[in-house]
Design a protein around this ligand. Structure first.
Ligand code: FAD
Ligand code: MG
Length: 302
């Protein structure tokens, strides 16, 4: 059955199972994506993340194992990246509202105020026999996992595919790609994954990667942004300044078999730039490839 697409996570999500694709399997995979969205979407008032954001500062809240694990990964990644990736930026992200109907340039004092409530160390995670718990030591702290959940979701789909004995698939969750398995029996024949030209998104890809069994995730300033007085305000926020991350980068692509790692890493690299310590040591994971595209179109591979 040919490739199927659905609108999930506010973006187009496509899955291609090639000759292994059945209606039942596609339904299973999209159902999984929809369940993940229902849990992690800050746009849904009845999601688990909204419940946590509303209640975790009043005392510990019991959360699902799944929510706990993704938040824990996020907090650990925040520590590792010196806060470049920060799951506690909800107040700032909401203030800017980039990609929403209320997007605007906030006043300086609003940014300063929101910045005070973005400390990921104010998130406490506790695992006990009775379950998993989360609490916030700040009543204005809000978590936002938009920079990591598509990666988590791609890994979850791959898990399901493995359980079902599927040997190849290409998953694309709004630019968060997983090329699962090998394209063919011939070892030289690999999946071609294009990296968009961030300076000219409708043009040919700026780089084509040949890969098997890996995730390829890109963060950039060209998908969600608005322009005002010639300045581009995009959706990846630097918690240290309170403004959209500003350096010489237009996009960062991360290649590794863990899509949740790639997603967090791409966002973190975009904020921290090429020279940050954790970027130079590739987030502590040896088998990772980084491709930076600068604002003047230079491609830097590490
Ligand atoms: P990434 O770089 O991976 O992530 C950027 C996003 O991460 C930002 O949009 C923000 O949410 C967050 N972020 C910003 N700065 C940082 C930082 N320094 N550290 C950590 N995180 C940061 N979009 C809609 O328009 N409507 C929807 O209903 C909608 N629902 C969604 C539901 C879920 C569960 C998810 C995961 C996403 C949803 N989105 C929705 C899309 C979302 O707003 C982002 O556009 C998307 O997740 C960003 O992915 P990316 O690959 O473009 O960028
Ligand atoms: Mg990301």
């Amino acid at each position: 059955m040919k490739m199927q697409s659905q609108y999930v996570f506010g973006t187009v999500c496509s899955i291609d199972l090639f000759e292994g694709g059945t209606e039942e399997l596609y339904a299973l995979l999209f159902n999984r994506l929809n369940l993940i969205e229902k849990k992690f979407s800050v746009n849904l008032s009845d999601s688990e993340i909204s419940y946590v954001n509303e209640n975790a500062s009043s005392g510990e809240v019991l959360v699902s194992r799944e929510f706990f694990d993704v938040l824990k990964f996020s907090v650990e990644f925040a520590q590792k990246s010196g806060g470049a990736f920060n799951p506690a930026l909800g107040s700032l992200i909401n203030l800017w509202g980039i990609g929403t109907e209320h997007q605007r340039i906030p006043a300086e004092n609003e940014i300063e105020e929101a910045k005070k409530h973005c400390d990921f160390n104010a998130i406490t995670l506790r695992e006990a026999d009775e379950g998993c718990f989360v609490s916030f030591a700040d009543d204005k702290l809000r978590v936002d996992l938009g920079g990591i959940v598509k990666g988590y979701a791609a890994d979850e789909l791959v898990k399901l595919l493995k359980e079902r004995g599927v040997t190849k698939a290409v998953i694309n969750l709004g630019g968060n790609i997983y090329a699962f398995g090998s394209k063919s029996d011939k070892p030289d024949e690999k999946w071609n994954i294009g990296i968009k030209n961030p300076l000219k998104v409708d043009a040919e890809p700026i780089v084509i990667l040949e890969v098997n069994s890996t995730s390829v995730v890109t963060s950039g300033n060209y998908e969600r942004f608005f322009m005002e007085d010639g300045v581009r305000y995009h959706h990846i926020i630097d918690g240290k300044t309170g403004y959209p991350a500003e350096n010489d980068l237009a996009s960062v692509t991360v290649v590794n078999e863990s899509s949740i790692f790639c997603d967090a890493m791409a966002t973190a690299c975009f904020v921290a730039g090429t020279e940050a310590e954790f970027v130079r040591n590739k987030g502590g994971t040896g088998a990772v490839q980084l491709i930076f595209v600068t604002k003047n179109g230079k491609i830097v591979k590490k």
